[in-house]
Design a protein around this ligand. Structure first.
Ligand SMILES: Cc1cc2nc3c(=O)[nH]c(=O)nc-3n(C[C@H](O)[C@H](O)[C@H](O)COP(=O)(O)OP(=O)(O)OC[C@H]3O[C@@H](n4cnc5c(N)ncnc54)[C@H](O)[C@@H]3O)c2cc1C
Length: 560
C-alpha cells in the first residue's frame, strides 16, 4: 500500500503531516484555537467540532503527555470528595462515568473496588454503607452495579492479601478503569474525524492581538523548528499545569491562580504483588486514601499528594514518594513485605488545582473553574479526567455566548452525550464483547494469533479493522525489524493515525507499555526505534535524541 493512501485510510493524524498541517493552519482564521492537548483540550475540540466550529488544537509536547497520561486511570466520581461535601461535583462526575463508558467501552471498563474497614479505623460499616448509598444515589448507579456490604470472611475471600488483624468487613462498589492517554487520543481523533485539526509538539510562544482583542498565537514546531502565525476568533487555554503561564502571556493572571500538587504511582509485577481485585484504603498516616489496582499482569498503587514547585514537564518519583507508597502497601498487604527493588515501573503527575489558601493538598477542591480575561482568553483549570465532557460543554457554551455578543447565531447544543469517541462504534457497552469476538476472526485472517487479535480489538475498538489491514500489509516490515506482527501494525497505526513522533510517544501514550510491560520495552526498544526511523525518515541526530529520551524515562521510572 503506498504511504499516502495509508495515511488517508488510517485517519487524519499522521506524524508525517505535522508540518503541512501547521502551514495550512497558518493560512486561515479558525473559529476556535485550543491550547493544550490533554483530556480538557481534546474534549473541548470534540465538542466544538461536533457543533460545527472550525477548530484547531496545538499541544507543545505529545498529546496527553501532561497530566492526562499520569492519573490513577479511573473514571470515577471521587468517593472521598463526599467527606468534603462536594456533593454537586460527585453527582456530576459520578453520572458521567456511565456516559464515558457508553461512548468508549474499548477504553473504559467497570471494575469492583473493595473499601475495607478495620476496628479503630476512620470508616466503619455504618459510615461506609451511608457513604456508598449516597454515592450510588448521586451517581444514579444501575441496580446491578450498586454497592454491597461484606463481612470479614467474605472480604478475605475476595482479596486474601488484605491485613487480617482488626478487619471487620468491606464495602464493595463499582468504578471504571480507563487508559487516560488512550481516552484522550480517542476523543481527539473523533474531533479530527469531525473536521478539527490537531498538531503535537507545537508550542504557543506568544499571543497575537487586534487592538485589545485576542486574535491568534505564534506557534513553534518543536520538531521541525518552524514558526507559524495562527489566527483565531476565539482561544481557549486548556494548558493544565501551564494554564497560568498562558495567562501571564495574556497579562491577565489575576485573582485565583493554580496550585500544583504531585501524585505518584508504583507498578509491581503480579508475581510479586498478586492482587486479585482493586482496593481503596487509608494510608497509615490517615491523610490520604490510596488505590491498589490489578491490571494487565501488574498491580499499581497510588497516589501521593504533595505540593510541587518543580518543572511540570518532568515530575518523577522521589525517595519520599517511594517510601510512602511502600509503607501504605505493606501496612494493608503485610504478607508481601515489598521493597524498593520490587518496583517495576512508576509515573508521576501534576494536578492543576485552583488555589485555596490554607488547605492541605488533599483538601483542595477538584472542581473546574473558567476564567475569561479582558482580551477574551478563556482559561479552564481544575476538574478531573472523568468530567471532561461536561467541562467541554460549559466552555463551548461560553464560546457560543461570546459569538452571539459579536452578532453571530448561537451554536447548537452540545452533541457529545451520545457521540461515540473514535473506536467506540461497537454497539455500545452491551455490544462490545460480541464485537470483540467477531473481530478476532478478522485479525486471525490478517495473520495475527487469536490472543493478539483480541488484544487489538479490545484496545482499538472499531478502529481494529484498520490495524488488521495494516498488519496484513506489514509482514515484510515486521520481519525486517524483528517485530511481532501485531506490534508492527500498532506502530504503523500510531505514527500514521495517532501522530506518535517518538518511541516515548509509542511506549507511553499509545500503548502504556513503559508502565505495564517494561521487560517488553527493554526487549523491543531497538527494533521499534529502527522501525520508527524508517517510517518517519529520521536523521541519525533525531534518532539518537529519541533513544536518549527513552533511556532517561526508563531510568526515571525505577530510580528515585
Ligand atoms: C496523580 C493524579 C491522579 C489522578 N487521577 C485521576 C483519576 O483517576 N480520575 C480522574 O478523573 N482524574 C484524575 N486526575 C485528574 C486528571 O488527570 C486531570 O484533571 C486531567 O488529566 C487534566 O487534564 P488537562 O487536559 O487539563 O491537563 P494536561 O493533561 O496537563 O494537558 C495540558 C496540556 O497543555 C499543554 N501545554 C501547556 N502549555 C502549552 C503551550 N504553551 N502550547 C501548547 N500546549 C501547551 C501541555 O503540554 C499539556 O499536555 C489525576 C491527576 C493526577 C495528577
Amino acid at each position: 500500500m503506498p504511504e499516502t493512501t495509508e495515511h488517508v485510510r488510517a485517519g487524519g493524524l499522521s506524524a508525517l503531516e505535522r508540518e503541512r498541517m501547521l502551514r495550512s493552519l497558518a493560512g486561515e482564521t479558525v473559529d476556535l484555537l485550543v491550547i493544550g492537548g490533554g483530556i480538557t483540550g481534546a474534549g473541548i475540540a470534540l465538542d466544538a467540532a461536533a457543533r460545527g466550529l472550525r477548530t484547531a488544537l496545538v499541544e507543545m509536547q505529545d498529546f496527553a503527555a501532561g497530566t492526562s497520561s499520569r492519573s490513577t486511570k479511573l473514571i470515577h466520581g471521587g468517593l472521598r470528595y463526599l467527606k468534603q461535601m462536594e456533593i454537586k461535583m460527585v453527582a456530576e462526575t459520578g453520572r458521567e462515568r456511565a456516559v464515558v463508558y457508553e461512548n468508549g467501552p474499548h477504553v473504559t471498563a467497570p471494575m469492583r473496588v473493595l473499601l475495607p474497614f478495620y476496628s479503630g479505623g476512620q470508616l466503619g460499616p455504618v459510615t461506609s454503607r451511608m457513604g456508598l448509598s449516597l454515592y450510588d444515589f448521586l451517581a444514579q448507579v444501575a441496580r446491578k452495579d450498586r454497592h454491597e456490604m461484606l463481612d470479614a470472611r467474605e472480604t478475605l475471600e475476595r482479596e486474601p492479601l488484605l491485613r487480617r488483624s482488626g478487619l471487620k468487613g468491606a464495602g464493595c462498589y463499582v468504578e471504571y478503569r480507563t487508559d487516560d492517554a488512550r481516552l484522550t487520543l480517542e476523543v481527539l481523533k473523533k474531533a479530527v474525524e469531525l473536521g478539527a485539526a490537531a498538531v503535537n509538539y507545537a508550542e504557543v510562544r506568544e499571543l497575537l492581538y487586534d487592538g485589545k482583542r485576542l486574535a491568534g498565537a505564534i506557534v513553534q514546531d518543536r520538531i521541525g523548528g518552524g514558526t507559524y502565525k495562527l489566527r483565531a476568533r476565539h482561544i481557549v487555554n486548556a494548558a493544565g499545569p501551564w494554564m497560568d503561564g498562558i495567562r501571564e502571556m495574556d497579562r491577565s493572571k489575576r485573582g485565583k491562580t493554580l496550585l500544583l500538587t504531585k501524585g505518584v504511582h508504583l507498578v509491581f509485577d503480579q508475581a510479586r504483588f498478586p492482587l486479585r481485585q482493586a482496593v481503596y484504603f487509608d494510608a497509615p498516616d490517615g491523610r490520604r486514601m490510596v488505590f491498589a489496582i490489578p491490571r494487565d499482569g501488574k498491580t499499581y498503587i497510588g497516589t501521593t499528594d504533595t505540593f510541587y514547585a518543580g518543572d511540570p514537564a518532568h515530575p518523577r518519583m522521589e525517595a519520599d514518594d517511594l517510601l510512602y507508597l511502600l509503607d501504605a502497601a505493606n501496612a494493608m498487604f503485610p504478607s508481601l513485605d515489598l521493597a524498593p527493588g520490587d518496583v517495576e515501573s512508576s509515573w508521576a503527575g501534576i494536578r492543576p488545582l485552583v488555589g485555596q489558601e490554607g488547605k492541605s493538598p488533599s483538601e483542595i477542591s477538584r472542581k473546574d473553574e473558567i476564567f475569561v480575561s479582558p482580551s477574551g482568553l478563556i482559561s479552564i483549570a481544575g476538574g478531573k479526567l472523568t468530567g471532561y465532557r461536561k467541562m467541554a460543554e460549559r466552555v463551548v457554551d461560553l464560546v457560543s455566548k461570546r459569538r452571539e455578543a459579536d452578532g453571530l447565531a448561537p451554536l447548537p447544543a452540545s452533541r457529545t452525550r451520545s457521540l461515540p469517541i473514535s473506536g467506540g462504534d461497537v454497539g455500545g457497552s452491551a455490544g462490545f464483547e460480541a464485537y470483540v469476538r467477531r473481530q478476532i476472526k478478522a485479525g486471525t485472517a490478517a495473520g495475527l494469533g487469536a490472543d493478539e487479535a483480541e488484544r487489538i480489538a479490545r484496545r482499538y475498538g472499531s478502529n481494529a479493522p484498520r490495524l488488521f489491514e495494516l498488519a496484513g500489509g506489514s509482514r515484510e516490515f515486521a520481519f525486517r525489524h524483528g517485530l511481532p506482527l501485531g506490534l508492527a501494525a500498532e506502530l504503523r497505526y500510531a505514527t500514521l493515525a495517532e501522530m506518535a513522533a517518538s518511541p516515548a510517544d509509542f511506549w507511553i501514550r499509545r500503548t502504556g507499555r513503559l508502565y505495564f510491560d517494561r521487560p517488553g520495552v527493554l526487549r523491543l526498544k531497538g527494533a521499534v526505534s529502527a522501525a520508527m526511523a524508517e517510517l518517519l525518515r529520521w536523521s541519525s541526530e533525531r534518532r539518537e535524541a529519541c533513544d536518549r529520551e527513552l533511556e532517561r524515562l526508563l531510568g526515571e521510572a525505577v530510580q528515585p
